[in-house]
Write a protein that binds this ligand. Structure first.
Ligand SMILES: NC(=O)C1=CN([C@@H]2O[C@H](COP(=O)(O)OP(=O)(O)OC[C@H]3O[C@@H](n4cnc5c(N)ncnc54)[C@H](O)[C@@H]3O)[C@@H](O)[C@H]2O)C=CC1
Ligand SMILES: O=C1[C@@H](O)[C@H](O)[C@@H](O)[C@H](O)[C@H]1O
Length: 339
């Protein structure tokens, strides 16, 4: 840290999310600055570093994390690269904000759980940023208050304008629905115990070979049933909604953050084009919360355990999807570090 106590952050992966986080740390939030950027595409890393005073570009995460001035790490490389980056951070006992998913499979998530326990303290916050979205925070507070009674059903809608190139059926579950897995566990304070997946006839706008949309159904250990529409080729914009159906009422979020306009015989608001715009404030609040906690020497937010649980639910979800069967989720016993 600098004399002023500003946290020196290395950002690993400078693609869409990584570059946005570099901007956020440099221009939006307080208490941190970017000292290193790392990308296998070294030209990209160099271009980003060139715009930030004192920032050095690297091609190898391990080399960057050993550099002076690196107090903490933000991992924004693709999911399959997260395990190596986290293990490199653990080797220097550095705090990490790791973009979701923690890892895309259970075996690697378990290895990380074990590695963090060997360190003896929590080091990781997983980037499930919906927990920092003001609307989700409000919904959770209402459910926790008990004013609506016991939650019975949760309906989630998760629509992207178009699927990124190369997106697969499995990624619809372990990359996109991963958010609903986390937010369901958090909102309800319940564990997901089984997953089923239904695939209607694909939209004519779905990329060749992608089942889109899909309907994913979770059962929980508190007896709730949760459905998630994941529709990656919705075309008209990016929309994320959630509705809780409880014994004494219902509550719904995500209908619009904008004003409603009446003009030219039409009524309505706007739909954001993508997640960067829809969740801008949540990303800011997430990274600020991580920096603040790290400067206090604390680790808060979604843990490696939460990341592991989502990996296990994802694995069950991909099996449910490919085999067409309801699949139970198997979790190891929750270690003491995460209770
Ligand atoms: N929280 C959210 O809403 C979102 C989270 N994400 C997550 O953010 C992460 C990154 O996604 P995007 O930025 O969309 O991907 P991207 O493909 O735009 O960028 C990834 C970058 O990482 C680099 N890279 C690949 N392997 C690397 C390695 N081993 N070490 C260092 N750099 C490496 C690539 O060259 C590329 O520049 C993923 O985990 C993804 O799931 C992505 C979109 C939204
Ligand atoms: O995390 C995200 C992407 O990786 C994923 O591909 C999108 O479907 C999600 O909406 C976005 O939040």
């Amino acid at each position: 840290m600098t004399e002023q106590g500003s946290l020196g952050v290395a950002v690993v992966g400078t693609g869409r999310m990584g570059a946005d986080h570099v901007r956020r740390i440099s221009e939006v939030i307080s208490g941190a600055h970017v000292t290193a950027v790392v990308d296998l595409d070294t030209d990209r890393a160099r271009t980003i570093a060139a715009g930030i005073e004192g920032c050095v570009a690297y091609g190898d995460p391990a080399e960057a994390l050993a550099a002076p001035g690196v107090d903490a790490v933000l991992v924004a490389s693709p999911g399959p690269a997260h395990e190596a980056a986290l293990l490199a951070a653990f080797a220097h006992d550095l705090p990490v904000l790791c973009e979701k998913p923690l890892t895309p499979d259970t075996a690697s998530a378990l290895r990380l759980l074990e590695a963090e326990q060997r360190l003896g303290h929590r080091r990781v916050q997983v980037g499930f940023m919906r927990r920092y979205d003001r609307e989700y925070v409000k919904l959770k507070a209402l459910l926790d208050s008990g004013d609506l009674g016991r939650p019975l059903l949760l309906h989630h809608r998760h629509r992207n304008a178009e699927a990124p190139p190369g997106f697969t059926d499995a990624m619809a579950v372990n990359d996109s629905v991963a958010h609903e897995m986390d937010v369901t566990r958090w909102l309800l304070g319940q564990e997901i115990t089984a997953v089923s997946v239904l695939r209607p006839r694909p939209s004519a706008h779905a990329p060749e070979g992608l089942s889109d949309p899909q309907l994913v159904v979770f059962e929980t250990d508190g007896g709730a049933v949760v459905d998630v529409e994941i529709f990656l080729s919705a075309r008209y914009g990016y929309q994320v909604q959630a509705e809780a159906v409880c014994e004494d009422g219902t509550a719904r979020i995500g209908d619009g953050h904008d004003m409603l306009v009446n003009t030219a015989g039409r009524w309505g608001g706007t739909v954001t084009p993508g997640y960067i715009e829809r969740f801008e404030d949540a990303y800011d609040r997430q990274v600020q919360a991580w920096v603040d906690a790290t400067r206090r020497g604390q680790v808060t937010g979604p843990s490696t355990w939460d990341g592991y649980a989502v990996a296990a639910i994802s694995e069950a979800g991909v099996r449910a999807q490919t085999e067409g069967v309801r699949t139970e989720v198997e979790l190891v016993e929750r270690p003491a570090l995460y209770r």
